[in-house]
Design a protein around this ligand. Structure first.
Ligand SMILES: [Zn+2]
Length: 517
């Protein structure tokens, strides 16, 4: 029996009825093309590094055939927000396996203003070592500012500003896709809006975009969004809000106001998007969570001097105590990595304080004295997370990095982000539709990047393709045991090469550096 969809497909696919000669055909799978439409049953053909048939077509020759019955075929996922800059240049993690196992074929680095400053050099390193997934890089503002000025709390001189602009210009010429800021971190937090606008204008000249870990995702969330929108308007550049959230128990419920503010700008025609990881916990350094940027100018040594100063010390301590209280850090903040005392990894700050027979403030100061720690912070409400996820402008992005198992207890998002959103939030709990969850991981991030010929299943596009089993595509990484790969990806094509075949990684490094042109 012919359905309306089948006729439509036939019309789309075989404008001419010439049989195609693929290397490989996936037969009878449910096809989700990345545009947000409901899935339909069909075939997908690949030749070399390209998709050559989607839906219904006739085949010549003897291609390898994969039975797709019961499986879903969709575009390889694009992760707009990772911190894999260094891991992708290191032998143990360059395959990006924890992402391949989630169906991710392209990752973006240079996020939150952090990453390699010499873009040409970074790309050369990636290409020399080989990479498991495609890589896109952004100009990282914090590291550029550190390079030119150091970690200082002041505006750049005219000369320094010129150097910053020249560096952004060079990075964009070398193939970066846009400017990224981390205004929550130092030294980004010392930059005025005007400084960011000036640098965003350079990225805009190269048709790049602006992505930001905003100044304040908690009490100052709406003011931070307003700043981001201003930067977009003044620099005439598309803006992207990284890991959109309402941070800290005192700010729960603000997601609705944030969304309203973004929608208001979108209605007026401004290009605004965001991304999100589907968890109620965030993760960063303990210092960034509880020590205000104004106390973190200079080095760790400078911070200790400030603590020991009879005038400043009490002020710094009181400020840290207030942040500990507002985050309810005792039960909410967990140690993820702490080199000085690995036995504390996985424990809450409260448990560590009790074990050390001291209070939370002194536990924090002790950790900072010994090199600092990365933490996981249960900082979001499930209602805010679900509401943000439903927005059509919100892409999926992990905020994680390429990892291999170790004794650390990091945020599980590096292993589970995409499988969790699609497997749990869409397939199991039906908080969003399956087609919405797939679009937010493929077509939408491709549109945000203006990434040519990827992100959709279309004839002629690069063959970045994932085939997964909806019954088993789930995250297995938990907050207690994060080093566990996602399950359910049966086949993964990166630039037409099978990186995962019948569920098994094939030891191929098929990723490419994607340069912005
Ligand atoms: Zn960030």
């Amino acid at each position: 029996m012919w359905t309306a969809t089948a006729f439509l497909l036939l019309a789309q696919v075989s404008a001419n009825d010439q049989p195609i000669q693929p290397d490989l055909v996936i037969r009878g799978a449910m096809i989700y093309d990345g545009a947000g439409q409901a899935g339909y049953k069909g075939d997908l053909a690949i030749r070399g590094d390209r998709i050559v048939g989607v839906g219904a077509f006739s085949v010549a020759g003897k291609p390898r055939e994969i039975d797709g019955s019961g499986l879903i075929v969709c575009p390889g996922f694009i992760d707009l927000h990772t911190h894999s800059d260094v891991p992708l240049t290191v032998p143990a993690t360059k395959a990006n396996l924890c992402y391949l196992m989630q169906g991710v074929t392209t990752v973006v680095t240079g996020n939150c203003g952090a990453g390699p400053v010499n873009v040409a050099d970074y790309f050369k390193k990636l290409e020399a070592g080989g990479i498991g997934s495609n890589v896109i890089h952004q100009v990282p503002h914090n590291d550029f500012r550190k390079t030119v000025m150091g970690n200082v709390n002041r505006a750049p001189t005219a000369e320094e500003m010129k150097r910053l602009e020249d560096l952004v210009d060079q990075a964009m010429k070398d193939g970066a896709w846009g400017l990224s800021t981390g205004l929550y971190y130092t030294p980004g937090s010392y930059a005025t809006t005007a400084e960011i606008i000036a640098l965003a204008k350079v990225a805009a000249r190269h048709h790049g975009f602006y992505a930001s870990h905003m100044r304040d995702e908690g009490a100052g969330l709406l003011a931070s969004i307003t700043e981001t929108l201003t930067i977009g308007r003044e620099a005439a550049i598309p803006v992207h809000i990284s890991h959109l959230k309402s941070f800290g128990p005192r700010n729960w419920g603000k997601a609705a106001d944030a969304i309203a503010l973004i929608n208001q700008a979108r209605t007026k025609g401004q290009v605004v998007s965001a991304d999100q990881y589907p968890y109620v916990a965030s993760s960063t350094s303990l210092a960034a969570e509880v020590i205000a940027p104004k106390f973190r100018e200079g080095s760790a040594k400078d911070f200790q001097a400030r603590l020991d100063d009879p005038d400043q010390g009490p002020v710094v301590r009181q400020s840290i105590q207030e942040r500990i209280t507002s985050l309810d850090a005792g039960p909410n903040v967990h140690i993820a990595t702490y080199k000085s005392h690995p036995a504390w990894q996985g424990k809450t700050l409260g448990a560590v304080a009790a074990e050390s027979k001291t209070d939370l403030l002194n536990t924090v100061l002790d950790i900072e004295r010994h090199g600092g720690a990365q933490v996981v912070n249960f900082s979001m409400s499930p209602e805010d997370v679900s509401l943000i996820m439903k927005q059509p402008f919100v892409a999926t992005a992990s905020d994680g990095s390429s990892q291999v198992p170790s004794d650390t207890v990091p945020h599980p998002r590096s292993y589970g982000c995409f499988a969790r959103k699609i497997g749990r939030y869409a397939i199991e709990d039906k908080i969003i539709t399956l087609e919405h969850s797939i679009r937010s991981a493929s077509g939408l991030p491709a549109d945000i990047l203006k990434l040519p010929e990827r992100g959709y299943l279309k004839s002629g596009y690069h063959a970045d393709v994932v085939v997964f089993d909806p019954k088993t595509f789930r995250d297995r990484a938990t907050f207690e045991k994060p080093h566990q790969h996602a399950t359910g990806v049966r086949y993964l094509f990166v630039n037409g090469k099978l990186a995962i075949d019948d569920g098994k990684y094939q030891n191929v490094l098929a990723g490419k550096v994607l340069r912005h042109e």
